[in-house]
Design a protein around this ligand. Structure first.
Ligand code: ZN
Length: 412
């Protein structure tokens, strides 16, 4: 398509003196739940268990408005405005559900109306996730949302009424789901080519075969298409689109089959959570919290026991400080800020720089609620200063002795 190849800052930019994640956590998990199929009673149970009882600091995603005739009761902001502030939200699942919507088709004017709805509710989403077969998607199944014009084979050019990427940027979005699901648990850590093939294949013979094709393709300069199917393990990448706008894209982890509330219990079972902590890395977990298998639709409880106990285990590991949990945008903001900071070891100064895509300034507002840990250096921990794009920053230093120190920025 008319987009340049994405690049992966997460795998090469981080200063070696900043730890991957704030001490002592070795991993970071965010839940990326699409609101498909959610009924209001199930939404209330999820809100109660995940955000109120367990107190997990996840963000949520919503449909601005649903026109899906197959799911007439699906929760959206239009009919249930109270959902927005009941727990944190940072994402929109496109401009609404325009799939299986009968005579109601989507056009740019609907995005303008959604923009006004978002403004009326004071909601500035930072994350966009494509939905199913929606014709206005940016990267998943279709890319019509990114194209200001469309043309035919005879060279005629037409304005594209599905183009809305400029409005997506205008409402505050900086991160787009890249449309892929990775089977690799733990992004934001370098993997060798062999490790990447091994983790993607069902068995060792398949992995060996694919790896051999890769090596042969590289050596002989053939099989380019095959090699391109293997993305790197970065959590986020820079992507410039045909309309001139640049965003970050991010990949999600999971499987298409495990993307419901029962599958969440399998993806987050204690062994896998402990594995993520052990190997380290980030995980933006793909799910539909409000969806359950069809054979369980008659049950009163939406969240099955295995998912409840998986979430309890996750909460224990989080409370023990072994991994971080947050919204998708907080995690991605952290990675961008981390990968754009510099360390002046002689002066004892940490400088935060604007990346120009997610941040045009980095000050107390942008750093609110973030922490960064550093290896031990010559200048003692309490003496370190931090500068943003507008000068010196108020911060709190936590000294970990030989393990280094952490710079904390207060919540807003
Ligand atoms: Zn969806």
């Amino acid at each position: 398509m008319n987009t340049t190849e994405p690049s992966s800052p997460g795998e090469r930019l981080r200063d070696a003196r900043v730890r991957a994640y704030p001490f002592p956590g070795t991993a970071w998990l965010a839940l990326s739940s699409d609101p498909d199929n959610t009924l209001i009673e199930d939404w209330k149970e999820l809100d109660q268990v995940i955000w109120k009882e367990l107190g997990l600091p996840f963000g949520d995603t919503l449909f601005v408005r649903s026109f899906n005739l197959n799911l007439p009761q699906q929760v959206d902001l239009h009919r249930y405005p109270e959902i927005l502030n009941s727990h944190p939200h940072d994402g929109i699942h496109t401009w609404g559900d325009y799939v299986w919507s009968g005579p109601k088709s989507f056009e740019r004017v609907d995005a303008i109306e959604a923009r006004e709805t978002l403004a009326r509710h004071g909601f500035r989403p930072r994350v966009w996730v494509d939905h199913s077969l929606f014709m206005g998607n940016m990267l998943h199944n279709h890319r019509y949302g990114t194209m200001p014009t469309v043309s035919d084979a005879s060279g005629h050019v037409y304005p594209n009424p599905l183009y809305t990427l400029d409005i997506v940027k205008h409402v505050g979005v900086r991160y787009l789901w890249d449309g892929t699901i990775t089977p690799i648990l733990g992004q934001d850590r370098p993997l060798s080519t062999w490790q990447r093939y091994r983790q993607r294949a069902a068995d060792i013979p398949t992995a060996l075969s694919n790896y051999a094709k890769h090596i042969i393709g590289n050596t002989l300069g053939v099989g380019t298409a095959f090699r391109e199917q293997l993305p790197d393990n970065a959590q986020y990448r820079v992507r410039r689109f045909a309309d001139g706008n640049t965003f970050y894209t991010f990949q999600r982890h999971g499987t298409w089959l495990d993307a419901d509330i029962d599958g969440l219990g399998r993806l987050l079972n204690p062994e896998r959570t402990d594995q993520l902590i052990k190997t380290g890395g980030t995980c933006i977990l793909y799910s539909h919290l409000g969806k359950r298998p069809v054979d369980r639709m008659h049950e009163t409880e939406h969240i099955p026991p295995a998912t409840r106990s998986a979430l309890r285990h996750l909460q224990e590991r989080w409370k023990a400080g072994e991994l971080h949990l947050s919204s998708v945008s907080h995690l991605l903001d952290y990675l961008v800020l981390r990968d754009n900071l510099s360390v002046d070891e002689q002066a004892g100064v940490i400088r935060f720089h604007a990346d120009g895509i997610a941040f045009t300034t980095v000050d107390a507002t942008e750093l609110a609620g973030h922490s960064f840990s550093f290896r031990r250096m010559r200048i003692p921990a309490p003496a370190w200063k931090a500068f943003g794009t507008n000068g010196v920053l108020a911060h709190r230093i936590e000294d970990h002795g030989t393990s280094g120190f952490t710079v904390h920025f207060a919540d807003r």
